[in-house]
Design a protein around this ligand. Structure first.
Ligand code: NAD
Length: 422
């Protein structure tokens, strides 16, 4: 597993896998490790574990490597992140210390609040991409790896929109040579991975592989793609609660969401340009789930506000508050308050693991390009042009499990169920 950015999410994923491998903890939150999938009719009683249905790589076979702008090894970085308690980290310390970040591709222009010493120098962005590919080849040879997956777990970059440089592979490669500012660091890594046919996922909300040029390249090199922005914390709860309200046609007049967060991610998001990227990602979910165009009486002009406040004392332990102004029968107002005291990276780590294992499965199953069945894990699911993204967690889960059934040649489940009464 190639992880770009060895910060809170990456180190919690790596240390977690090492601890689980040694039997010190359980992979709670991971579908690939704990989930089951029902096969056949309800009367058949067949609900094997997902790992017994499709051939996923075992945790014992995973090897981790990655890049960061800081020199800290994974143990030191995990201590700085402060997510996993020191006693558990000590138990996996030797293995964590062996993972040292390779020099990164970084330009402060795209992440204003950060600066670090472990940065590559290159003639232009194409040269930097070549250096990333060389890192990957070296890692593969050193550990005799059969397959690779890359997940961007780096900081949220500034808000960017699609430009000429992103329109085709030809434009993109020219832009790499020209050092075009439309290519942020994250795209250099994505290009390197996809060029090598490696599956790529984006755990952050920035514009990366979701541009025509890289989708075109992925079709050519048969790389599966997934993203973007892991669905954890407040948005996870939002996509659980909103489908329920809509199912019962309960109106929503306003949804005010605020968070306090004290980790480095919070510090980066304190910059308005990085926050804008996150805000766009967080705000779109309600529109798609509630469909105001179909239900104007219930959801038109919904006032949706999202705030993130950097508050260092909390570290990685995010606190989210949601106030939802509801409308019921005859227009009577009601309110729902949700206070979620969560741990950001504890929610994110099992997703990074699942996405990596499922992308590797997709690659072996010859499924390349955008993997919409992995929308389940993302706040802003990447999707085909002209298609709206599916945000409802329950529809996403059904899609994921039906994809596993399809891969296994099992009957898809429609939930019609007439046969039980015939
Ligand atoms: N934790 C969650 O629940 C969650 C949910 C959704 C998305 N995310 C996103 O995941 C990303 C990682 O989150 P985190 O909490 O681990 O943040 P973090 O700040 O702890 O880690 C990010 C790491 O990336 C490094 N980095 C930044 N730019 C880089 C580059 N160009 N090359 C190499 N390394 C680079 C930073 O030095 C840092 O160590 C963020 O973008 C965050 O928004 C996190």
């Amino acid at each position: 597993m190639l992880l770009v950015g060895l910060g809170a999410v990456s180190t919690t994923t790596i240390a977690g896998v090492l601890a689980i491998r040694k039997g010190f903890a359980k992979p709670i939150g991971s579908l690939t490790q704990m989930g089951t999938v029902r096969l056949g009719k309800r009367t058949e009683g067949r609900s094997p574990k997902i790992g017994d249905v499709v051939p996923l790589s075992s945790l014992d076979d995973l090897v981790f490597g990655g890049w960061d702008i800081f020199n800290d090894d994974c143990y030191a970085a995990a201590r700085t992140a402060g997510v996993i308690e020191p006693a558990l980290l000590e138990k996996v310390r030797p293995d964590l210390e062996k993972i040292r970040p390779w020099p990164s591709v970084f330009d402060q222009r795209y992440v204003k609040r950060l600066d670090g010493p472990n940065v590559k120098k290159g003639k232009n962005k194409r040269d930097l991409a070549e250096q990333v590919m060389a890192d990957i080849r070296r890692f593969q040879d050193e550990h005799k790896l059969d397959r690779l997956v890359m997940v961007w777990c780096g900081s949220t970059e500034v808000f960017m929109t699609e430009a000429e440089a992103h329109a085709s592979m030809k434009n993109f490669e020219r832009a790499l040579e020209d050092n075009d500012p439309a290519i942020p660091s994250s795209m250099v890594y994505a290009y390197a991975a996809i060029r090598m046919g490696i599956p790529y996922a984006n755990a952050a909300p920035n514009l990366t592989a979701d541009i025509p040029a890289l989708v075109e390249l992925a079709a050519h090199t048969k790389s599966p793609l997934a993203g973007k922005d892991l669905k954890t914390g407040q948005t996870l709860i939002k996509t659980i609660v909103a489908p329920g309200l809509k199912a019962r046609l309960i109106g929503v007049k306003g949804w005010y969401s605020t968070n306090i967060l004290g980790n480095r991610d919070g510090e980066v998001l304190d910059d308005p340009e990085s926050f804008k990227t996150k805000e766009e990602s967080k705000k779109s979910v309600l529109d798609y789930i509630l469909q105001p165009q179909l239900y104007p009486d219930l959801y038109e002009n919904l006032c949706h506000v999202v705030r993130i406040n950097y508050y260092p004392p909390r570290g990685d332990n995010k606190e989210g508050w949601d106030n939802i102004d509801l409308v019921g029968w005859l227009g009577y107002p009601m309110q729902l308050k949700i206070n979620f005291l969560c741990r950001d990276s504890i929610l994110a780590a099992p997703i990074v693991l699942d996405v990596a294992l499922f992308l590797d499965l997709a690659k072996r199953a010859n499924m390349h390009g955008i993997q919409e069945w992995l929308s389940f894990y993302f706040k802003s699911p990447v999707h085909a042009p002209g298609l709206y993204p599916e945000h409802d967690l329950f529809i996403q889960l059904m899609k994921l499990k039906n994809t596993l059934r399809y891969l296994k040649g099992e009957e898809l489940i429609t939930h019609l169920g007439r046969e039980y009464y015939d």
